[in-house]
Design a protein around this ligand. Structure first.
Ligand code: G4P
Length: 198
């Protein structure tokens, strides 16, 4: 998705060879116009998959996911990472280990909002090692619902998540695929899109 790639090139900050900071439009401040385009793109890519629900995880997945849900005219539910005062019973839960943060979180969703008949599109902002994505898929499986695929805003192809999900037969649609972060450059998967960060 060209608009997203341009945004990454112009506003992304490379923190290390494995971490890209995109706080100006996705992880802290949010660009609503870009989120709308992202939502439209996910809706287009999954238009034949009879999606009935979108699932994401708080907090940065919510903005792109809500725009996709609006366009696809389906509800969005987000998994919580912390226990909520009001979300106390009938929970579906899964453990998610973050290699980046070296911590394990229990994520949960109320059984009320994921049902057996649901065909679920999972959306997230980043795909790195795929642990959050697999945790979300596990919640869907625990509800006996179906995962129709994953919509990812930024996939870091040099980490294992994409391969892991695709090897399990999942449809994975990533709007920007980063092959490497090196020497101050973001290298996208297609060679011609290689550019220098300003
Ligand atoms: P994994 O789920 O794919 O295994 O990823 P990992 O544990 O490595 O990532 C943990 C958190 O860090 C996730 O956000 C993920 O979106 C984010 N993340 C991973 N790689 C990058 C990166 O290169 N840049 C940025 N900006 N974020 C990255 P989170 O902790 O759930 O945060 P949030 O959703 O509340 O913002």
């Amino acid at each position: 998705m060209e608009l997203l790639k341009q945004k990454i090139l112009h506003e992304g900050v490379i923190l290390s060879e494995s971490v890209l900071k995109v706080d100006s439009f996705l992880n802290h401040q949010i660009d609503p116009q870009l989120m709308m385009e992202i939502g439209n793109e996910f809706a287009e890519r999954f238009r034949n998959d009879a999606v009935t629900k979108i699932l994401t995880i708080e907090s940065s997945g919510i903005a792109p996911a809500v725009m996709a849900a609006l366009k696809m005219n389906v509800p969005l539910v987000f998994a919580r990472k912390r226990k909520s005062l009001t979300l106390v019973e009938d929970l579906l839960s899964s453990q998610v280990h973050s290699f980046t943060k070296q911590e394990t979180n229990e994520i949960s969703v109320s059984k009320k909002y994921l049902k057996e008949a649901d065909k679920v599109l999972i959306i997230d902002d980043f795909l790195a090692n795929g642990q959050a994505a697999l945790g979300l898929a596990d919640l869907v499986q625990k509800a006996n619902a179906e995962v129709v695929g994953f919509g990812i805003v930024i996939e870091k192809s040099f980490q294992k998540g994409g391969e892991l999900l695709r090897s399990q037969g999942y449809k994975v649609e990533s709007l920007a695929e980063i092959q490497a972060l090196m020497d101050g450059q973001v290298l996208f998967n297609k060679k011609k899109e290689e550019e220098t960060l300003t």
